[in-house]
Design a protein around this ligand. Sequence first.
Ligand code: HEC
Ligand code: HEC
Length: 276
Amino acid sequence: MKWIYLAAAVLVLGAAELVAQDVFVKIPADLPGKNPLEGNSEAITAGMGAYRVRCADCHGMDARGIRGPDITQVWVRGRTDAALFSTIRNGVPSTEMPAHPAPRTSDMDIWRILAYLKTMAPATAAGPSSGNATAGEGVFATNCVGCHRIGEKGGRLGPDLSRIGVARARAAMARQIRGTMDDFRTGFEPVTLTAPNGQEIRGVKKNEDLFSVQIMDTRERIQGYLREDMRAVTNEKKSAMPAFGGDKLTDAQLDDLLTYLESLQGTTAAPAAGNR
Ligand code: HEC
Ligand code: HEC
């Protein structure tokens, strides 16, 4: 009997290897440098459907970006079809950009989506933004650095912004600053804990389960609390980031600030998950 199991095991292993080869080896080897479906009208229609279902939540119906960046500008910024293909296939590690692995997403699915995106891409780069990045850096130093890091400098209550210019559309950053963004960045949801003596601890939520909640308080201390030790754990509706209305930042200052934020493209890879 034993040899039967052995033979079966060899067969299974062999099959697994074939599958593995198909997924991990064959595809990159065959990958064309240029989108083979560019301009193909059937591919564009199919790509539009797939884009709307799978990408529009983050990048917007018009691909100009919501939580994710504007991806109509990628070609004029010098990205190649092959590089875009691999970003979509592999995602961007430790950011919200998900991987789209085979077999659920085939090579052709990705090329179809790119064929559709190409129809929305401008032929020439948008003119330089109106704001002044140097002035914007000053606005940032006055209003923002207490909570946000850029490189090695700044606070930690809010997300690291070292490469926010790659990660977010300008319009989304404007909404965040003016206080009209309607959701919170994961890991930074505002929360208030009320102790039995009535004392309140405010902060952002780092982790929670049925029994406990871990927060970073406004003094940047990370601490865990048992729910049963607290009188209440309240998820707040307003961000831990203050809204900067017209009384705090003029439109011109906001313009400068956004131009500065757009210039923040990071150094190398995405920051490690623990830093964000
Ligand atoms: C859950 C949100 C989310 C979804 C869904 C999503 N993306 Fe992204 N995407 C992002 C974020 C955030 C980034 C920026 C990552 C970073 O910080 O570098 C990004 C980056 C990209 C980039 C790189 C842009 C550049 O400048 O190089 C491309 C291309 C892209 N996404 C295409 C897609 C496509 C196509 C889909 C659908 C198949 C998709 N994304 C689905 C959030 C998302
Ligand atoms: C009191 C702390 C605090 C200050 C001051 C502050 N922020 Fe924030 N910021 C946060 C927190 C917390 C979040 C994440 C919560 C959320 O999504 O609302 C955030 C989110 C953001 C985001 C979105 C990041 C992302 O990954 O989507 C941007 C952009 C941003 N802030 C820019 C600014 C700018 C520009 C200023 C100065 C004008 C500023 N912040 C001032 C705490 C702060």
